[in-house]
Design a protein around this ligand. Sequence first.
Ligand SMILES: [Zn+2]
Length: 83
Amino acid sequence: MMGFGQAPAVPTCSRAGCREPAKWNVNWRNPRIHPADRVKIWLACDEHVFYLREYLETRDFPVIVTPLDEKVNRVPDRQGLER
Ligand SMILES: [Zn+2]
């Protein structure tokens, strides 16, 4: 049995209400307030990785999805949006 008061060892999905173990990093930033080397990370399970990426992309935020153990240092501007 699991004891109380201990954080779970497995990172879980960032989607509200989802308790699935995370498999993906959704790396993103808001270009209006974050510089290119500022990386925000949501964790996502297999089911929600596309949902979370689309959520950000519809806001025109640059997004890079990587496996959970792979980090990125920066999220460049989205292709095609540069002037
Ligand atoms: Zn999920």
